[in-house]
Write a protein that binds this ligand. Structure first.
Ligand code: GLU
Ligand code: ZN
Length: 504
């Protein structure tokens, strides 16, 4: 690769026809955030330009693909709110959209490529390839495939067959420099010695990603390939294959390519699929909102404007331009992701918020018995929770004091809040609370304030033991609203229990 990345540049695509883009994951393992970012940029691009999003499943690797992972992919797309115009479950003119169901197509194309001389049989054994690669390396030469089987004679082929060798199919790269203008990176050039002939069909007849991906892009009339930078090295090969497909009348035009920047994780290392931080399921389980997560992921390589971090998916779609994507690696910052999610939680209407919390208010997350859940208490406390959560799963421990018979026992909180004199303070607070007006949090605050004054304590210090006595924890939702919603009887009983524990 000879040329340096171009600086950030804006391409206003002259799109004569609506674009056709694709999202084509392989169903291996759990969906990860890198994959979601790729889906998002393709989806936003398609929607911005009123184009078509093709969702294709690249499941030609039977050893690694699984039905479970396929189902997770579909579920993830639905959860994220992405729709697709062609693909699994919706069908389309190029069905089927699962590559495992298209094997005869690839066989047919491979045969045509062989017939036309764009590909050839390679009989080299792995051992031979390795030996020659090592020798080339030692001699300081390019170490890719050396073209050994490019022009075998009929006798050589017979000889190999007689030895019982089964060939792979190898694509014949043209001896020419390949240049293309990446939508994100600008002009890129690859010289032939860096792009050797490559395998497209295994010896057992199984077609490889290198073949099926561009073949389907051609057949499905994809105009723009937007994908991760990790696939950049396969692009010159695919462009050459595309040209061969055009020659065969299978493809019409080479698509435009745009390679999205790497996502870096901890320690400035590439965020890997195996990194727990990259698993989409983790974000779902922790209660990220899809809109919060997508807002954050859109910032991995793109921005709406210098002074607006929080925006809706519709705002993103309206503004999205692939030419604005920054080629430099993007850093995944969990704190920032949480903070953006928190902002999206604030933006929900309160009814929506209460509904979205529902999974965390029952088993297996909720520690209380289902019959102890009180809908009216929940509705009363929800608005106070909505302004404080970063992720929805935090709701459980913030409201458990309302539905558990006794507050949780958190020893660290107890030790922190219960100091010498806390018993006296609690006793006074109990007395004042007993005669307070329980229809107003203000009145409850006055009561605790007065108790604090009686013992020479400011409000903050005075309320800590009350909070721990009633909720079990030193941090939580606004205290006086919490007390009001819990109710007088339970509040006083819990203070009594704490007093008993302190005197024991
Ligand atoms: N199935 C490939 C992958 O998941 C798709 C790559 C591409 O977008 O070309 O890596
Ligand atoms: Zn060979």
């Amino acid at each position: 690769m000879a040329s340096a990345p171009s600086p950030r540049h804006s391409t206003s695509l002259a799109l004569g026809v609506p674009p056709r883009v694709r999202f084509c994951p392989s169903p291996t393992g759990n969906p990860h955030v890198g994959l979601v970012r790729t889906a998002l940029f393709n989806w936003a691009f398609a929607r911005h330009h009123q184009g078509t999003l093709v969702f294709r499943i690249e499941d030609t690797d039977a050893a690694r693909d699984s039905e479970e992972s396929y189902n997770q992919l579909l579920d993830a797309m639905r959860w994220l709110g992405f729709d697709w115009d062609e693909g699994p479950e919706v069908g389309g003119p190029h069905a089927p959209y699962r590559q495992s169901q298209r094997m005869d197509i690839y066989q047919d194309v491979a045969a045509k490529l062989l017939d036309a001389g764009h590909a050839y049989h390679c009989y080299c054994s792995q051992e031979e390839l390795d030996t020659r690669r090592e020798a080339a390396r030692a001699a300081g030469k390019p170490s890719g495939y050396d073209g050994h089987c490019r022009d075998l004679t009929a006798e050589q082929v017979e000889e190999y067959k007689a030895q019982g060798r089964t060939p792979i199919v190898r694509f014949r790269m043209p001896d020419e420099t390949i240049t293309f203008t990446d939508l994100v990176r600008g002009e890129l050039t690859f010289t032939p010695e860096n792009v050797p002939d490559y395998g497209i069909v295994r010896a057992n007849g199984a077609p490889l990603y290198t073949l099926v991906n561009p073949v389907d892009d051609a057949l499905m009339e994809i105009t723009h390939v937007l994908r991760g930078e990790d696939l950049l090295s396969s692009t010159p090969r695919q462009i050459a294959l595309y040209k061969a497909l055009i020659d065969l009348g299978i493809a019409q035009q080479v698509p435009a390519f745009g390679h999205l920047p790497y996502v870096m994780g901890e320690g400035n290392k590439k965020l890997s699929k195996r990194d727990p931080q990259s698993s989409l399921n983790l974000y779902r389980e922790r209660g990220f909102l899809p809109e919060g997560l997508l807002n954050y992921l859109s910032l991995l390589g793109w921005s709406l404007s210098a002074d607006q971090d929080i925006f809706s998916i519709d705002e993103m779609v309206a503004a999205f331009d692939i030419g604005d994507v920054n080629p430099n690696p993007a850093r995944f910052d969990l704190k920032k992701c949480e903070s953006i999610n928190a902002d999206h939680i604030r933006l929900l209407d309160v009814k929506d918020f209460t509904e979205r919390c529902a999974p965390w208010l029952k088993a297996p997350f909720a520690p209380w018995a289902p019959e102890d859940f009180d809908e009216s208490k929940w509705e009363a406390i929800a608005p106070h929770a909505q302004t404080r959560l970063k992720v929805l799963s935090e709701i459980t421990e913030n409201v458990d004091f309302l539905f558990l018979a006794e507050p949780v026992e958190d020893e660290a909180s107890w030790t922190k809040a219960m100091k010498e004199g806390s018993d006296a303070l609690l006793a006074t607070a109990r007395e004042k609370l007993e005669s307070a007006d329980w229809t107003s949090p203000e009145s409850l605050k006055e009561a605790v304030l007065a108790a604090g004054e009686a013992h020479g304590l400011k409000l903050g210090k005075a309320q800590a033991p009350v909070r721990v006595a009633v909720t079990g924890r030193t941090v939580g939702l606004p205290l006086f609203e919490s007390l009001e919603i819990l109710g007088k009887e339970k509040t006083l009983a819990r203070i009594d229990t704490a007093l008993a524990k302190l005197s024991a």
